[in-house]
Design a protein around this ligand. Structure first.
Ligand SMILES: [Zn+2]
Ligand SMILES: [Zn+2]
Length: 810
C-alpha cells in the first residue's frame, strides 16, 4: 500500500509515499523491542539509534496522523489522508517505483485530525477551491504544524509549605491580597490561567515566588467538573421564553436523533439575546456537552467571558488570533479532549476539534469580520451551519440586523427565524431624529465652530441642536456616544494654493492626517503629527510646504475621531468655558491597540458617570453601556452614496447597531442622525420603517438586479507588479472559462476584467474577474473543471491569483 499525504504547498493534489519501512515512532519502537526481548513496559530502554533504523514495518500509519516526508530537497510535515494500492498507482502510470520515497517519520500514534475534522477540511477545500494541505495550514495551531508533541503540561502555582501571610509585611496590602487569592485554591493549587482569571497578577506571582512564599509546578490539565450555575437565570419575557423553548426542542431532537437545525435569532438591539443564549446553553452543558460561541472580534471575547462566568461555574476557553502559540496548542487539546466546556472565540475557533459539541452560537452574525479576507476565504456563519449539519446539532445565528444572505436562507426554509421584537427588562426602543446639517441655501453646513486650546477656530462638524442635546444629556448625569467611522485626525491633507493632495506612494489612496497628543514612536523618532496610509501602513512626516508649489497654505479636509475628540474637548472639557468638565474617551484602533486598553475603557464607561464616547464601528458591536442614553451620528449616512451595491445594507446595519447602544437600561434612548441629505429615501425608510422593512426592500432590488443572494458569486483576483500583467492573465483565464461556458449552455455569467476598487495597493497592482451563476452547482462545476487549467496557463504562473467564493465586496 501507499500513503496519501496532504502537504502545506499551494498545489491541488495529495502526495504519495511508501510506508515508513524503517522508521517507527519512538513508542512503537519501544513496544516492539519490549516484545522482542520480553521486557515489561516499565523497563527503561536505552537503545542505540541504529536499532530504530533496522526495524521493519508493515503497519499503515492511521489516517489523520502527522508524518514527516521528503519533498524535493526539503522535509515537510503533512497529514495522512488516505491510502492507495501500489499496483493501481503504477498501473495509472503517474508514478514509477523509482520516484516513490518512503515516509521519513510518523509523528503520532493516534490521529491528530479525527474523522469529523478531516471531513470538514475536505469540505472547505472543495467548497472554497483551496488546496487541502493548505486548509490544514489554516486549521492547525503552528506548534502542531511544526511537529511538536501534544500533551502539554500546564504551569500551576500553590502556596509553599509552611509559608503564611504573616511573612509579608503588614503594609504590603497588595501582596497580601494576592497571596490570599492563591491560598484560596488550597494545597493542590491552580493553573496560572485560572489564577489570572481570579484576579492574580502575573508580576505578583514572580514577586511572591522570589520570596519563596509560593511555588510553581507542572501538571496535566485536570478533567473538568460538571457545569453548575453560579447565579440563577433572569426571568424571561414571553417572547424570550418562546425562543428558549424552541431552542430546547431543537436540542432534544439533536440529542435523540442527531437532527441538525439552523436558527436565525432576529432580536432587536437590547432584546436580551445573551440571556437567551445562556438559557439555551444550560441543558447542553448539563449533559456534559460543549458549547461554542463565536464573537466577531477579539475586543468582545473578555466581555463575553465575564458574562458567561458570572452565570456558569465551568471551564471557559477563549480562542482568538491574539493568543500565543502555546496557548493555541493548549486550547486545541482542551477542545479535543473535552476539558473546555464553553468555548468563546473568533471565526477560527470553528476549525478546532471538539470532543462532544452540543450547540453553536454565532453572535452578531451580520459581522463583516466573520469573512476571512485572505488565504482560505471562508465565511464563519456558513461554516458554522455546515458544522452543525455535520454534527447533527443546533446552530443559532443571532443578530439585530441579519444579512440579506441570512434572510434569504430563511425564505428558502434552510433557517428557522425566531424573533425578539421587544427590548428586555422593559427598556424602550430608542427614538430616532434626523437633523439637517445643511443651510436653507443648500450650499453651506450649519455646523458650529469652536475655539481650540491653541486659539484656532475649528469646525466641530456638529450642529447647535446636537450640541444642545449632548449638554442636556450630560447635565442629567448620563452618557453620550458619538459615532464617526473614520480614525485619525482628517482623511485628506490639501494645498489650498494648487489643489495638491497628500497621497500614498504605494496605494491609490489619500494619506490620513494623524495629530496626537501622546506622541508615538516611529523608527526611533517621536512623531506627534504624521501622515499615514491606512491601507499599507506607510508613514511620513507632515510636510510644512506643498511639495508641488511650495505654498504653506496646507489644510486638512474632513474629520476623523481624533479631530472630533479635540473639538469636543474645546466644548465639553474646557474648565475655562463651562462649569462642568466631562471626560471624553476616544475608542478606535489607535487607542485600543495596547493590551488591556479595552478593559480600561470598559471600566471607565461602567462607572456610569457622565462621559462622552467617540468611536468608530468598534463601538457598534454588541457592547452594553447601560448609561448611554444619547447616540449621535454626524455623517453615518454617507455610506448610502457609495458605489458598492452592498453599501446600503452595511450602512443600515451599522446605523441600527450603533443606535442600539442608546437607552438599553431603565432610561429611554435618543438617536440623532445628522445628515446633509435629509430627503434621502433610503435613510428615511430605515428611520421610519425599521431594518426589517428596509432589508426586504433591498432584497427586492437585488432580485431585480440579479445580484446576491439571488445569484452565487466567485471573484478571481490577480496581483502583480504591473496592471497590464494582471489584465493579460485574467483575460486568458476569462477566455478559458468562456469557452467552457459555451459548451455548457452559458450557465455562468463572466464579467469583463476590471481594475480592483483599489488597483494599486502596497506597491502591487490588482485586477479582478467576476463570475455569477443562478445555481451554485454550475459555478462549482466550472471551477472544478477549469480552475486547474487556469493555474497552468504560462502567463499566470509568475502572478498571484486568488479565488474567493461568496465574496463580500467587488
Ligand atoms: Zn500646492
Ligand atoms: Zn498605502
Amino acid at each position: 500500500m501507499l500513503v496519501s499525504v496532504a502537504l502545506p504547498v499551494p498545489l491541488y493534489q495529495q502526495f504519495t509515499y511508501l510506508l515508513p519501512n524503517k522508521v517507527l515512532s519512538k513508542q512503537k519502537v519501544k513496544q516492539q523491542i519490549s516484545a522482542d526481548f520480553s521486557l515489561t513496559d516499565s523497563t527503561p530502554i536505552d537503545f542505540p539509534s541504529n536499532a530504530i533504523q533496522n526495524l521493519p514495518s508493515d503497519e499503515l500509519p492511521p489516517i489523520g496522523v502527522r508524518v514527516r516526508v521528503p519533498f524535493g530537497r526539503q522535509t515537510l510535515i503533512g497529514i495522512v489522508v488516505g491510502y492507495q494500492s501500489l499496483a493501481d498507482t503504477l498501473a495509472k502510470g503517474h508514478l514509477t517505483l523509482k520516484q516513490l520515497k518512503p515516509i521519513k517519520q510518523v509523528l503520532d500514534d493516534k490521529p491528530i485530525i479525527d474523522e469529523t475534522l478531516l471531513q470538514l477540511a475536505k469540505w472547505l477545500a472543495h467548497y472554497y477551491h483551496y488546496p487541502l494541505g493548505e486548509v490544514f495550514m489554516v486549521m492547525l495551531p503552528s506548534f502542531i504544524r511544526q511537529g511538536k508533541a501534544l500533551d502539554i503540561f500546564i504551569r500551576h502555582w500553590k502556596v509553599s509549605k509552611n509559608s503564611t501571610i504573616e511573612q509579608l509585611s503588614k503594609s504590603a496590602h497588595r501582596q497580601r491580597e494576592q497571596f490570599a487569592l492563591i491560598q484560596l485554591n488550597g494545597e493542590q493549587g491552580a493553573s496560572e490561567d485560572v489564577l489570572l482569571l481570579e484576579g492574580v497578577e502575573r508580576h505578583y506571582l514572580k514577586k511572591l515566588a522570589d520570596k519563596g512564599l509560593i511555588e510553581s509546578f507542572l501538571q496535566r490539565q485536570q478533567p473538568p467538573k460538571p457545569v453548575n450555575l453560579a447565579k440563577l437565570p433572569l426571568t424571561l419575557n414571553s417572547e424570550q421564553q418562546q425562543v428558549v423553548d424552541s431552542l430546547y426542542q431543537a436540542y432534544k431532537n439533536s440529542k435523540s436523533k442527531a437532527v441538525y437545525q439552523g436558527f436565525l435569532l432576529n432580536g432587536v438591539t437590547g432584546s436580551g439575546k445573551t440571556e437567551v443564549y445562556l438559557q439555551a446553553m444550560y441543558p447542553v452543558l448539563k449533559d456534559n456537552k460543549q458549547v461554542l460561541i463565536l464573537v466577531p472580534e477579539i475586543g468582545l471575547t473578555p466581555q463575553t467571558k465575564a458574562r458567561f462566568s458570572q452565570r456558569f461555574i465551568a471551564n471557559i476557553l477563549l480562542l482568538h488570533s491574539g493568543l500565543s502559540d502555546s496557548s493555541r496548542m493548549q486550547g486545541w487539546e482542551d477542545c479535543q479532549q473535552g476539558r473546555a466546556q464553553i468555548i468563546i472565540g473568533t471565526r477560527s475557533a470553528l476549525l478546532y476539534p471538539f470532543a462532544d459539541l452540543g450547540l453553536i452560537i454565532v453572535d452578531e452574525a451580520h459581522g463583516g469580520s466573520y469573512k476571512q479576507q485572505d488565504s482560505l476565504r471562508y465565511h464563519a456563519s456558513d461554516v458554522a451551519l455546515y458544522r452543525g449539519f455535520q454534527l447533527g446539532i443546533p446552530v443559532i445565528l443571532g443578530t439585530a440586523t441579519p444579512t440579506l444572505e441570512q434572510l434569504n436562507l430563511v425564505q428558502l426554509g434552510k433557517l428557522t427565524q425566531l424573533n425578539l421584537t421587544k427590548r428586555a427588562g422593559g427598556a424602550k426602543p430608542p427614538v430616532f431624529q434626523l437633523i439637517n446639517a445643511c443651510d436653507p441655501d443648500g450650499k453651506h453646513t450649519r455646523t458650529v465652530h469652536s475655539q481650540q486650546t491653541n486659539g484656532d477656530w475649528q469646525d466641530t462638524g456638529l450642529t447647535t441642536e446636537v450640541i444642545t442635546a449632548m449638554t442636556e444629556t450630560l447635565e442629567m448625569g448620563e452618557q453620550v456616544l458619538v459615532f464617526l467611522n473614520r480614525r485619525g485626525y482628517a482623511p485628506v491633507l490639501l494645498c489650498h494654493a494648487c489643489g495638491w493632495q497628500a497621497d500614498c506612494p504605494h496605494c491609490d489612496a489619500h494619506l490620513t492626517v494623524h495629530k496626537s497628543n501622546q506622541s508615538s514612536m516611529h523608527k526611533g523618532r517621536y512623531l506627534a503629527h504624521y501622515l499615514q496610509c491606512h491601507h499599507c501602513g506607510w508613514r511620513t512626516q507632515m510636510p510644512q510646504h506643498c511639495p508641488d508649489c511650495q505654498s504653506s497654505n496646507l489644510d486638512t479636509l474632513g474629520m476623523g475621531t481624533s479631530q472630533l475628540t479635540d473639538s469636543l474637548h474645546a466644548i465639553f472639557a474646557n474648565p475655562q468655558k463651562s462649569k462642568d468638565s466631562y471626560p471624553i474617551i476616544q475608542i478606535d484602533r489607535d487607542t485600543t491597540r495596547n493590551k488591556g486598553s479595552w478593559e480600561n475603557i470598559y471600566r471607565q464607561i461602567n462607572t456610569g458617570k457622565p462621559t462622552i464616547l467617540v468611536g468608530t464601528q468598534m463601538i457598534a458591536k454588541g457592547h452594553h453601556f447601560p448609561n448611554v442614553t444619547l447616540v449621535v451620528m454626524p455623517n453615518a449616512d454617507l455610506g448610502f452614496l457609495s458605489a458598492d451595491f452592498r453599501s446600503p445594507e452595511h450602512t443600515a446595519q451599522l446605523i441600527m447597531q450603533v443606535a442600539g447602544r442608546a437607552g438599553r437600561s431603565k432610561k429611554a434612548g435618543r438617536v440623532l442622525i445628522q445628515t446633509l441629505q435629509p430627503q434621502n429615501p433610503l435613510l428615511l425608510s430605515l428611520v421610519s420603517d425599521g431594518y426589517q422593512v428596509f432589508a426586504s426592500q433591498l432584497m427586492k432590488e437585488r432580485y431585480l438586479m440579479g445580484l446576491p443572494p439571488y445569484v452565487h458569486a466567485c471573484l478571481i483576483r490577480c496581483e502583480s507588479k504591473t496592471l497590464e500583467q494582471t489584465h493579460q492573465s485574467l483575460e486568458q483565464i476569462s477566455a478559458l472559462f468562456t469557452q467552457y461556458n459555451l459548451q455548457h449552455d452559458k450557465q455562468v455569467a463572466i464579467s469583463a476584467v476590471i481594475d480592483a476598487p483599489m488597483a494599486k495597493k502596497n506597491g502591487r497592482y490588482h485586477s479582478q474577474l467576476l463570475l455569477l451563476a443562478r445555481q451554485r452547482s454550475h459555478l462549482h462545476r466550472l471551477l472544478d473543471d477549469c480552475w486547474h487549467s487556469a493555474l497552468q496557463l504560462p502567463s499566470v504562473k509568475s502572478l498571484r491569483l486568488s479565488l474567493d467564493i461568496d465574496p463580500t465586496g467587488w
